[in-house]
Design a protein around this ligand. Structure first.
Ligand code: WT7
Length: 648
């Protein structure tokens, strides 16, 4: 193991950082010793309409699972992200927006943000959106996406952001599940020099049986491209012009829903992860400040998309609650070329950059030159999120991008956790490439064996969290039983993350990846079940099984085994068609990388597919297939191994 490489806190950070090692140790110990007291204290960073007196009411089961924080508090999340900064930061930039094209950018002040969000709040009200209504956002990375999220929060509506790379079917499924009657979108989006047909996708989604109840669609004009116009559509700019800029923030309870965000699990359709108001904003803002060592005036960039939780917590809510300067980037790291990220850093003099290992690996392939074209003198801190970062990519990020002066915070968390749970605090910890290091304040991770026994010391196991934190998801929207089943039934009384991890002798955590049937493709979560059900919906497919395999850039690639329907020929043309089919059914991120024809699938006698074997074959490690004696038809394994040859 490469545990040996150790990068101490740079001297330049000493005395400058918010949290040093001594403070971390003391504060962490205290946050566990008096957890309720700790979170009572942290709640004060938020402006409450009525300060909470009931801090924590949590049960992880087994009989009853409920999670409530700051239950009797009242607040408005939007007012915390916008209004409260007007007194001293009205003319400070809130959002730096960088367009897909390097020629397009702008800065939005807190005063402007307040006006836009207030107007939009009134537009939504005029459309009939009320407290608790679910508004679906299907938008490009333009400031209007942030305005829309905040406007929902302002009037007490619940947003459900759907990543603009998802297909009409995926969008329709989320609209249906959320019983959402309102959609905000754009005519088209720009991404990497191409356009994405957002409004056309919305029109297609709203023809699906489950989504026909949508009453109104608000459309931002981004490209001016040709779109179809329906009776339910209205232009954003026209509605905004007519709206008043006076929209008092609604009084919300701490446990009122703030947003739903769908994420893939190991089985079934994506789950609507529900986050509520008070605890979420306390946790997002606190972690943003400490993990990124955010000082007033720092120019911060999280290069994610608001379609994912990273964009929710660390582009919009965390930074804006802290009165920070946050960057929104419409484009991709490789357009117009592989130097784009660092060009943007220089252009806006950014101090903190937070991105995904997959982007780092893709850029690393292009060599050092595109990086070295830029100065990057403004950079102080780098961040990584979404998947394990391999030490090689970490070293490159550190040496070439950060010129060895910028610590890297490798932040482990999940859609469900609302914010970062395990990460270095950059002034408090020597770094080891590939390790997310230690838990944030108030977080109690543990490693358990298959029986749920806690393992102490340097060891490996499944990662659970023993107690709640304010940013934790509260339920699966509309299906509390699924929430309990998914997260609290494997190890009763504990939150099971679905990840495996190792802990070394220094107490550092090394996340090894998912131990369930969830794929992590370029830092994006996909369920094998979703891809399989897309495949079997094709008439040529009798059966399909999907597994991940190691991929140089994406971290994991998608490997599919397909058994054709009777009489269907296994041709290259059909393989290509099936890949396109999945792409169309779910979205480009779900496009299979490799496809193998399977005369049969390895199943137990009770009919369960043994994915473990399929994974091993896809990974080329046949000598280690484990016990195959329970297979109904052991011969199928040899056939699959033979068929795997030549799949590249
Ligand atoms: C899964 C959660 C958290 C926002 C982006 C992804 C993996 C996330 C790390 C990391 C190793 C990581 C885990 C986790 N993951 N961050 N720093 N090191 N693995 O959110 O889509 O909910 O996915 O991403 O496997 O369970 P998500």
């Amino acid at each position: 193991m490469a545990d040996e490489a150790l990068y101490p806190v740079p001297d330049s950070w000493t005395g400058q950082c918010l949290v040093d090692e001594a403070r971390y140790d003391a504060e962490y110990a205290e946050s566990i010793r008096d957890n309720t007291g700790y979170w009572a204290e942290q709640a004060k960073r938020i402006d409450w309409i009525k300060a909470p007196t009931q801090i924590k009411d949590v049960s992880f089961g087994p009989d009853d699972v409920h999670i409530r924080w700051y239950e009797d508090g009242q607040l408005n999340v939007c007012a915390n992200c916008v209004d409260r900064h007007l007194a001293d930061k009205a003319d400070q930039t809130a959002i730096i927006w960088e367009g897909d094209s390097p020629d397009e950018s702008k800065e939005i002040t807190y005063r402007e943000l307040h006006e836009q969000v207030s107007r939009l709040g009134n537009v939504l009200k005029a459309m009939g959106v009320g407290k608790g209504d679910v508004v679906t956002l299907y938008m490009p990375m333009i400031p209007e996406a942030a305005y829309a999220m905040l406007a929902c929060a302002r009037i007490g509506a619940v947003h459900s952001v759907v990543f603009a790379g998802f297909s009409p079917d995926a969008l329709a499924g989320r609209i249906e599940d959320g019983r959402s009657r309102f959609v905000i979108t754009a005519d088209e989006g720009y991404r990497g020099g191409r356009t994405i047909a957002l409004k056309t996708n919305v029109d297609a989604a709203l023809e699906r049986p489950g989504a026909q109840h949508v009453e109104q669609v608000l459309v931002v004009r981004r490209t001016g491209g040709d779109i179809q116009w329906n009776a339910r559509d209205r232009w954003y700019h026209e509605a905004m012009e007519a709206a008043s800029a006076d929209c008092p923030p609604a009084v919300m309870n701490a446990e009122d829903p703030l947003f739903i965000l769908y994420t893939s699990g190991s089985t079934g359709r994506p789950k609507g992860v529900l986050h509520t108001s008070g605890g979420y904003i306390v946790y997002a803002s606190l972690t943003h400040q400490y993990v990124f060592d955010y000082h007033d005036g720092d120019r911060y960039w999280c290069a994610a998309d608001v379609g994912w939780v990273t964009g929710h917590s660390y582009i919009v809510y965390g930074p804006l609650a802290n009165g920070a300067i946050t960057t929104m980037f419409e484009g991709v790291p490789t357009y117009p070329d592989a130097g784009r990220l660092w060009e943007v850093v220089d252009k806006h003099q950014l101090n903190i950059v937070y991105t995904a290992p997959t982007a780092i690996r893709a850029l690393m392939r292009e060599g050092d030159e595109p990086v070295k074209r830029s100065s990057r003198k403004s950079l102080r801190l780098l961040g990584s999120v979404g998947e394990p970062i391999n030490p090689e990519a970490w070293e490159w990020y550190h040496r070439v991008v950060g010129e060895q002066r910028c610590p890297i915070v490798d932040t482990w968390w999940q859609t469900e956790t609302g914010g970062i749970l395990i990460s270095p605090l950059p002034g408090a910890r020597a770094l080891k490439p590939g390790s997310a290091t230690k838990p944030f304040f108030g977080i109690q991770p543990a490693l358990v064996d298959e029986q749920g026994q806690i393992k102490e010391g340097a060891t490996e196991g499944n990662l659970v969290i023993l107690d709640s934190w304010p940013g934790q998801m509260r339920t699966v929207f509309g299906d509390h039983e699924r929430f309990v089943q998914t997260y609290f039934s494997t190890y009763p009384g504990r939150y099971f993350t679905g990840d495996g991890a190792r802990r070394d002798a220094d107490g550092y955590y090394w996340i090894t990846g998912r131990v369930d049937d969830v794929l992590n493709i370029s830092g994006h979560r996909l369920g094998t079940a979703e891809i399989e059900s897309a495949l079997v919906a094709h008439e040529a497919v009798a059966e399909a099984a999907v597994v991940g395999y190691p991929h140089d850039v994406k971290g994991q690639g998608i490997y599919v085994y397909v058994t054709t329907a009777a009489g269907v020929n296994e041709t290259d043309a059909l393989a290509a068609e099936l890949k396109q089919w999945v792409r169309k059914e779910i979205g480009p991120i779900a496009t299979p990388d490799l496809l193998q024809w399977a005369p049969g699938l390895p199943k137990t006698r009770s009919g369960k597919i043994m994915r473990r074997i399929l994974r091993k074959i896809a990974e080329d490690s046949y000598d280690n297939l484990g016990d195959t004696s329970t297979l109904a038809d052991p011969e199928v394994v040899d056939q699959l191994i033979a068929g795997h040859e030549g799949i590249t």
